[in-house]
Design a protein around this ligand. Sequence first.
Ligand code: GLA
Length: 744
Amino acid sequence: MINFDSKNKIFNLCNENFSYIFCINKLGYLIHLYNGKKIGNIGIERTNEIMVERYATYDGTKEICDESYYFSQMGSRFECSSFLTANTRGSFASITHTDGTKLTNFLYHSHKTIYGKVDPKDLPHTRFNSKEDGETLIVTLKDVKEEIYLDLYYVIFRNLNVLVRFAKLINKTGKDIKINRISSFELNTPNDDYEIISLHGQWADDREIETTKITHSNLVIEDNRGARGFKQNPSVIVKNKNASLDYGECYGISLVYSGDFKIEARLDEYDNLKLFAGINDENFGFVLQNNEEFYTPECIFAYSSNGINDLTHTFHDLARNHIIRKEFAFKERPLLINSWEPFLFDFDTEKIKKLIDDAKELDIDQVVLDDGWFGKRNNDRTSLGDWEVNEEKINLREVIDYAHSKNIKFGLWIEPEMISPESNLMKEHPDFALFDRGVNPTLMRHQLVLDLTRDDVVDYIFDKISKIFDNYEIDYCKWDFNRTLSECGSLSLPKERWDEINYRFMLGTYKLFNRFVERYPNILLESCASGGGRFDFGMLYYSPQIWTSDNTNPYDRVMIQYATNLFYPLSSLGAHVSASPALGMQEKAIISMFGTAGYELDPSKLTENEKEQVKTFNKLIKEWHYVITEGDYYAIKNPFEDNFAQWNVVTKDKKVSLVFSFNYKGVQSKSRFIKVKGLDKDKYYFNSLTNDVYKGEFYMNVGINISAPLKEGMTILVVLKQVNGVVKVVANAKANKNKREKLL
Ligand code: GLA
């Protein structure tokens, strides 16, 4: 998997399908040679050709080593670009040295290969299940002037087209140095008409797809609001402009990090694509003391030569097999009902017990008590930090016992990183709030953020919430985060080091999550941030599911789910049916089935007919949830470009597929076919829409005919089940027809 040609100094990292090749040039720079579809070794006679742009050697900036060899800071494709040298096309890292100068220039020092994986300390990361999963190359570079070492980590996966990169900086200078910028990942590769697909959003508009051509102007995908990727998501796709869902080369880049990040993409003056990904350097600095180490977050670099769907499979498989906690990754998730949308803060013991009764009646597995159960929290102005049950409002033990006596699981909402100015915590520990005391801090949702850069604050708040989770039998926890960081100042750090706060805050957040999952390994976590404001692989490392959006309007949901599915597995999307009047129960239930389903409504307001529908759908959702948890997802039609959203999910053994189609505008008298993907072309499948049996190749090429007049918002679910032959199953289908019609 990792081969080093010591004579020619070429590193060749590859698996069955994918190669990533770079070399150490004669001056000690790491130079990128190739990445993409697997190729054999590159001979040394060719490396000079691809190491440096010839044009760059004509302008007087070349540094000729000998007759046959040339080098240029301005034109070489670096693995780790230098800062303040003749390379002016962006840098991997920038450091203020002990003497105040900033020139940062790393050269090869040594390397080693590890069978298995190394993880970045204190940060969420991809995990290996065994050493067989891949290998790690660590290349140590040394700054040309100072005793500063940079370890570049390259983790290549054996069975997935994934290379994970991160870096570690080590200070051996004997004094403090300051990191001003440090990337997790850099890529320099010749241009191939690239464009970048990114996801941007805000509250209730959680992820929208945007495709932008990569030009010679720097394109920045980032978030800089402290602790979540809401403005833009830390996952992007870089693709050739002709690449589509099922065709062409594309890369996926994603940071396993929930804090400020920045992904930069541009073409340099020689038309090389230059990509950087890592911590956002806008509000970042870090004083690294002698002998200290600094780890960057991991960056996933995934590759496909077969289009976006294939890349999506890689991300979903990576998440389920190597990021989400093993105990939950493939476990069926309970169908839940949440108190927030029906009751907001207005509930009591009787109301929640009634919700439990209703859940039982409707075949729902879990009741979640959302915000409002603690302190004096009857509105959002107060009590964050006061994690004690509001006994006047709710008898928590009684409702939990009641739920469990009916075999209903019980979940609880928390928002541990926050503090309300109006709270006992603020009275007792005003220093715990994270803000610059020289200004009036901006309150968002009337709250401030706790100073999680401090271990004592992490300890305090963990003790507080563990009193609840130790003393009550709670099966699930919704962990929220409802504001961004602003005007940050910590009483424990000198002011000149306040640019470390956002990164340190994330370390504190991850500490809190780590402690929680270690102490309560069986509690299912669902993270949340004003809806889906913190949807990233860093969070998925702790919480197997994430609330996708506070927007439960089905028209918007379909788009938000489609965009989220690009990177994140369907089982990680909390997808609930709400009381939204935009569409009926059937449509909303089908949409929520393609995630981890649940309800956000007051069952006592449902008509008898709606209750019957809910029960029917719950059966269907439970019957097919394993397909969502385990299967391969294929996008068919992109609602950001089309009147339709269509997709299907196929089990790995190709025996079952769930097919989804949704149309926005009504479509009269036009013929429409859903061209299903990923079936076994030679096997027969029974379809639940027309009760017919056709071969896989028929569904994939001719398609399922849905050409009846399609009303606006019409939502179609088709279950395809592999069967042994046509005759037998058509007979079965006829026998089952009436039953099926009742079900769908
Ligand atoms: C956020 C979440 C909601 C709900 C409220 C409670 O907005 O996204 O689902 O939990 O907080 O305050």
